[in-house]
Write a protein that binds this ligand. Structure first.
Ligand code: ADP
Length: 253
């Protein structure tokens, strides 16, 4: 009698274990696959400027009797590509090192955004883009260097992917227990089918436009990790009639 009762139980248990084991393996495989994908993308992004540099140096070496203009051009090309490489390495390190940073400062959001707008002012002016800041003063707990970096990426993108004579508006609102920071631009917008994937590393709408401006598709991945680390959320919506709105919500102090 006892055997009759036990057998189906054991079978159920084995079935349950097998199922959860399979789910675990699937998850591990997925995580391994995305790590492999991350490394492959990183290697590709690092290889591109290196390959360009190598070709330029090879060509230069083969040709003889260089004049001063050719020297100057080579040096300026080398500077451009080495700075791209160095930015890429910094971004990759930032993305992988986020775990180790403690977050314990009181940060005044309005002043932080004001500082970022001040720092980006000359880039905006060069592209004839007007910047504005409205809203409340509010405090959050976090790390100021990380938050500076996170919001800098969003506002820099709002300038970079804007149109000539465009606008970037930042608004800070306090609602219930949250601080809501909205960054709206009048730029080229993000297609609906890209909105969910755009926070993944190396994802870009237009690779060549982004690369031309020195981007590797890591900025939004870094920003979303930073916001998550502060217990917040980030969302994208369309700005009417054109452009994008990034909305960040973080618990206020
Ligand atoms: P990067 O700018 O270096 O390419 P990001 O991760 O910051 O990398 O952004 C990923 C992509 O998202 C960009 O290449 C661009 O296609 C798109 N994007 C980001 N912000 C905006 C924006 N405000 N308007 C339009 N497109 C944007």
């Amino acid at each position: 009698l006892s055997q009759k009762i036990e057998t189906p139980n054991i079978q159920d248990e084995i079935y349950g274990l097998t199922k959860s084991f399979n789910t675990m393996i699937e998850k591990l495989e997925q995580s391994f696959e995305s790590q492999k994908q991350f490394s492959a993308n990183a290697a590709h992004e690092l290889r591109t400027p290196l390959a360009v540099l190598q070709v330029k140096l090879d060509v230069f070496e083969k040709e003889e009797n260089h004049n001063i203009e050719e020297f100057t051009e080579l040096i300026s090309d080398m500077k451009k590509h080495t700075s791209r490489l160095s930015n890429l390495v910094i971004s990759l390190l930032e993305l992988t090192n986020l775990e180790e940073i403690p977050m314990e400062n009181n940060i005044e959001v309005y002043s932080l955004i004001e500082e970022i707008l001040w720092d980006l002012d000359s880039i905006a002016e060069k592209n004839n883009i007007s910047l504005s800041l409205t809203g409340d003063t509010a405090k959050i707990i976090g790390d100021d260097t990380l938050l500076y970096r996170g919001f800098y990426n969003l506002i820099e993108n709002a300038i970079k992917y804007n149109n000539h004579n465009g606008k970037v508006d930042v608004d800070i609102e306090t609602k219930n227990n949250d601080v809501i920071i909205k960054i709206s631009d009048t730029g080229i917008g993000i297609p609906t089918d890209m909105k969910e994937r755009i926070f993944e590393p190396f994802v870009r709408v237009d690779k060549s436009r982004s690369r031309e401006m020195g981007g590797a598709g890591l900025g939004l991945a870094i920003t979303s990790e930073i916001i998550k680390k502060h217990g917040g959320s980030i969302e994208i919506s369309d700005n009417m009639p054109k452009g994008t709105i990034f909305t960040v919500k973080i618990l206020r102090l």
